[in-house]
Write a protein that binds this ligand. Structure first.
Ligand code: LMR
Length: 398
């Protein structure tokens, strides 16, 4: 019956986690998957989450289905976080938002909507991008291409080429953009560069689909949403997928959101209806526990304030790991340029290490990075940083 079914080659990021778990060496270090660990190497439970969970009714309380779109407080929390606390587009009911099964679920629902209502649209991702962007859009039957983004030789953005390329796209083609903490390179556009990109989006009537999974880990909550708010100010229609996996440290709860900014309230109502219909046809409604935590943290002023502080603690620890790794590598290899480690933002750095070097790091040192050379800086800590720096310096020396 199933012999015609292909074997699955495995996911380039999640597969690495399995390999890491199977490695018996006590010195192994996981710098693969985008998960924030604290300086003790532990996955934190944020204090704001602990308080929210204490307030949620006891575990034996009844658990009905949530609405297809999730909890209202979760949805409104996403809107304020993305578009600003007092955003006019929210007051004008122009944003259709649903709570989703993580950022991936948001991308899936958005891609389904595009496939159904913009059947000729092609989708373009940055070169390189998060591998699941391609998988999710292709999985919906959408053709996926790429736009120039990163120059690994100079650790810089190929901005002129990027603009030149998107100027050639057709009306309603979809551009997947990372508003902050670009995954996998950590190289973000400046505000001026965002302004230029959004002008082209407007002129060519493209669909901007912004995927924000690391809000607060780059600059701060507001600056990380610059591109989203600027697009809203310019009157663009816009898709935004957001994830709370990292900034609420709620990976396994699968909490995120999909917001679609529409030209007016009537279109937002139509779009919201179709988002609900897509959810019903895939999974009916989002999970309840994480939704209640998001609802509480986003809507209680004290918890929200505490949350933002906790996000900045994570951000600052990552920044200090960046500087420390850079200093150690510069000391070992004074002729190499490691400045990219502190220029790049968010959880990831793109090291440009070759496949053989990455394989050697795994086999000889038990050091796991994604095979495109992405390293998760949030896996570094004061106990492993010397070891990691030494291992990297060793393979770089050849
Ligand atoms: C990552 O990029 O490592 C994370 O977003 C986790 C994932 O789902 O790939």
């Amino acid at each position: 019956m199933f012999q015609h079914i292909d074997y699955y080659a495995g996911d380039p990021i999640l597969g690495l986690m399995d390999k890491f778990t199977a490695d018996a060496r006590p010195t192994k270090v996981n710098l693969g998957i985008g998960i924030y660990y604290d300086d003790a190497g532990q996955l934190p439970v944020l204090d704001c989450v602990k308080t929210a969970e204490q307030r949620i009714a006891s575990p034996i309380s009844p658990r009905p289905y949530l609405p297809m779109a999730g909890l209202l407080g979760h949805r409104q929390g996403c809107q304020r976080l993305l578009f600003g606390q007092e955003a006019k587009v929210i007051q004008d009911n122009r944003v259709a938002t649903i709570a989703t099964i993580g950022g991936s679920g948001a991308l899936k629902v958005g891609a389904e909507l595009i496939h159904r209502w913009f059947p000729h649209a092609k989708c373009y991702v940055s070169d390189p991008t998060w591998s699941n962007h391609i998988a999710i859009f292709e999985g919906c039957g959408i053709e996926v291409g790429s736009y120039p983004y990163y120059d690994p030789a100079n650790h810089s953005i190929r901005f002129e080429e990027m603009i030149g390329f998107i100027e050639t796209l057709n009306k309603h083609d979809v551009l997947i953009l990372h508003p902050c903490c670009h995954n996998p390179t950590g190289m973000d556009l400046t505000h001026e560069q965002w302004d230029q990109v959004l002008q082209v989006v407007q002129q060519r009537e493209l669909i901007a689909f912004m995927d924000i999974a690391y809000q607060g880990f780059g600059e701060d909550m507001d600056n990380d949403a610059y591109a989203i708010r600027k697009a809203a100010q310019m009157g663009l229609a816009l898709f935004v997928s957001n994830s709370f996996s990292k900034n609420l440290s709620l990976y396994g709860e699968r909490v995120g959101g999909l917001s679609i900014l529409c030209p007016d309230a009537d279109q937002a109502e139509r779009v919201f209806g179709q988002m609900n219909y897509i959810v019903r046809r895939i999974y009916t409604s989002p999970p309840s526990h994480g939704g209640h935590v998001v609802d509480l943290v986003m809507n209680d002023a004290a918890l929200y304030e505490q949350w933002v502080k906790e996000v900045y603690v994570m951000r600052d620890r990552i920044r200090s790991m960046r500087s420390e790794l850079r200093a150690r590598l510069e000391a070992s290899l004074p002729n190499h340029d490691f400045s990219y480690l502190t220029t790049q933002k968010g959880m990831f750095s793109f090291t440009g290490l070759a496949t053989e070097q990455l394989e050697r790091l795994q086999s000889e040192f038990g050091l796991y990075m994604v095979m495109n050379s992405r390293v998760c800086m949030a896996g570094l800590n004061s106990a492993n940083i010397d070891y990691v720096a030494e291992a990297m310096a060793t393979v770089l020396k050849g």
